[in-house]
Design a protein around this ligand. Structure first.
Ligand code: ACM
Length: 537
């Protein structure tokens, strides 16, 4: 895998011999567009030997990150912990109040990147590298800070497994565009993708199969691999939030440990955990204890979505019925709520905050211990209620932020639902959607996130095609204030993203020329799976 900074650095070198600088561009070519740009338009040429200095030793990691990328592309770099000589200087400036904010001052001989924290400096570095790669490194000052603190992307590896190398490349690109939350959907009906030492068959048995092939080879992440990826993400200021979906979407787990199976329906067999068995709570708490120890994030996502696909079975399950009798419940939905409350308790005891899909709004859960992801675009009342009840809320509505929806009218392999998710709609999100919310409601919005479900995304080409370049639009919607957003400027700046994607071998959808990379076909489904009516095919 090519290194992103290395790629930028190639242009860096060319720039000094006037290669990338040829392009006419009136503003800086940076995605997401920064808040305040005061540049002269006078290009700055950089030397081939670059000295990187830091004022504060906590910035050594940022300096090494920058230097390693430059060195891998043939630059001579040096990092020193003192001085403020020519070259690139990194410093903390406590006056920058936003913890991810930065100020980038570019002069003829010296560039200084100030941040309120190392994360701010890191984002200043990304802006700098993009300016260089796009040939728009100008004398002047850029001051910047994000609109939202949650700038997320979710990848579903349960339906089809991508693997560590692909995930790391995605993390690289997310960081380059200043995204900071990776939501990892690791378990679902079709596969369990994380090693749990106390229940090894979760990975060894539950990890077999995929959405398109129930006999696909076992694939999952070992705990060592997870730790490595978590560390890789952290070095890029990305927090990873694991999702262990419950009490629905449990089929893979039930294959491994059928004693906790709560049943399902003919279309979705073995879909739920058995919420009536006491052992289920101990089992899932043990799983979550291991998960909690692997991920430093303060959050664990426990799903909670679409339980209705399998809940019918609870009406006749003797254990669920006995629980309902004991607790004087009259409806299986009450058993679902009971389960979720107990699991929220378990997550709290593990010192974490629960994240759940927007079904959580119906639970009357404690808002200090839980956070909501609003996904049902056809139920805007759930966003309204979530915010009115004071839940910290991430907005990821299917339209326009489910990247398994098609992005172009002539595409066939992806979802539609009274429309689809073109890049323009990702770019304009969230403003038209939130304009009727009160300021109090808006204050509970943590940010936005796009989700890639992978039922139909079974190859690297398909995964790339659905993510890129919509991820760039998402990044700008999450970071940039509405007053600096402009779709036609964004399209100009996408040219540099396409150049980067070409250099990395990414199979993106080319908005300039839809024929450039034809739409890759989805998988043949070997066994009737969760193929819903809203797919084109
Ligand atoms: C979801 O799409 N079931 C959260």
């Amino acid at each position: 895998m090519k290194n992103l900074i290395g790629t930028a650095a190639i242009c860096f070198m060319l720039l000094s011999s006037a290669g990338c600088a040829d392009r006419e561009y009136k503003d800086v070519s940076v995605i997401p567009y920064p808040h305040t740009v005061q540049v002269s338009g006078e290009p700055v040429a950089l030397p081939e030997k670059i000295e990187i200095s830091v004022k504060d030793s906590i910035l050594l990691q940022e300096a090494e990150f920058l230097a390693a990328g430059l060195a891998s592309s043939g630059f001579e770099t040096s990092v020193s912990a003192s001085g403020m000589h020519a070259g690139i200087h990194l410093a903390i400036d406590w006056r920058i109040s936003d913890e991810e904010g930065y100020r980038l001052e570019t002069g003829k001989k010296r560039t200084v990147i100030y941040g309120g924290t190392p994360a701010g400096v890191f984002y200043g570095i990304q802006t700098f590298l993009q300016e260089v790669a796009g040939g728009t490194l100008y004398k002047g000052t850029i001051e910047d800070a994000p609109r939202y603190r949650w700038r997320g992307f979710m990848l579903d590896e349960a339906r089809h497994f991508s693997g560590a190398e692909r995930v790391k490349q995605l993390l690289d690109i997310m960081a380059y565009y200043k995204m900071n939350r990776f939501h990892w959907h690791l378990t679902d009906a079709q596969g369990w993708r994380i090693e749990i030492k106390s229940y090894p068959d979760l990975a060894l048995v539950g990890g077999r199969g995929s959405h398109s092939d129930p006999d696909a080879a076992v694939s999952y992440y070992t705990q060592d691999q997870i730790r490595d990826i978590v560390e890789y993400a952290a070095a890029r200021h990305i927090e990873i939030i694991p999702e262990i979906d419950m009490p629905g979407h449990a089929t893979a787990s039930n294959r491994a440990y059928p004693e906790f199976n709560g049943g399902g329906t003919e279309q979705f067999p073995d879909f739920t955990f058995n919420v009536g068995k006491e052992g289920t709570y101990a089992y899932l708490t043990s799983v979550l204890r291991e998960v909690a120890s692997l991920f430093p994030s303060p959050y664990i996502h426990i799903g909670g979505d679409e339980v209705y696909y399998g809940i019918e079975a609870w009406k006749t399950d003797p254990y669920v019925q006995s629980l309902m009798k004991r607790e004087k419940m009259t409806d299986v939905r009450e058993a679902e709520r009971y389960f979720m409350h107990r699991m929220i308790d378990s997550v709290s005891v593990l010192g974490k905050t629960v994240v759940g899909w927007d079904e959580l709004v119906d639970l009357n859960a404690d808002r200090d211990r839980s956070m909501v992801m609003w996904w049902r675009h056809d139920k805007p009342e759930y966003l309204d209620r979530s915010l009115s009840l004071g839940y910290t809320t991430v907005m990821c509505p299917r339209r326009p932020l489910y990247f398994d929806f098609i992005q172009y009218g002539e595409h066939r392999w992806g979802r539609i639902w009274d429309g689809f998710c073109p890049i323009e709609d990702v770019y304009s999100f969230p403003d038209p959607w939130i304009e009727d919310l009160t300021d109090e409601q808006k204050s509970h919005i943590a940010g936005i996130q796009a989700n890639l479900w992978c039922e139909l995304n079974h190859t690297p080409e398909r995964v790339d095609f659905m993510i890129f370049p919509r991820l760039c639009a998402l990044a700008e919607s999450a970071w940039s204030m509405p007053e600096v957003k402009d779709f036609s400027s964004f399209e100009d700046r996408l040219e540099d993203a396409y150049e980067l994607f070409d250099s990395l071998g990414i199979y993106y959808f080319d908005t300039r020329n839809p024929e450039h990379h034809p739409e890759p076909a989805g998988p043949e489904i070997r066994k009737a799976g969760k193929q819903k009516m809203d797919y084109r095919d």
